[in-house]
Design a protein. Structure first.
Length: 70
């Protein structure tokens, strides 16, 4: 199963990774690679918890994601 992940930076330059398909599934890392590795672990943990509690995967689908400057 594929999941959409958004990467951004915080004010300290830390990479923030958020799984857009799974509400509240967020992780971080000092590098892009570390953030992606950490979000993969977070996604696995999220899915494991859902399975344990016999809950469905709350898949949200996005047709387009873009950056908008305001």
């Amino acid at each position: 199963m594929d999941f959409q992940v958004a990467l951004s930076f915080d004010e300290d330059g830390i990479f923030i990774a958020e799984c857009l398909n799974l509400p509240g599934c967020i992780s971080q890392g000092k590098t892009r690679k570390e953030a992606l590795r950490n979000i993969k672990d977070a996604i696995r943990g999220y899915l494991k918890s859902l399975k344990k509690h016999r809950e469905a995967v709350p898949i949200k689908r996005f047709s387009e994601i873009m950056a908008v400057r305001a």
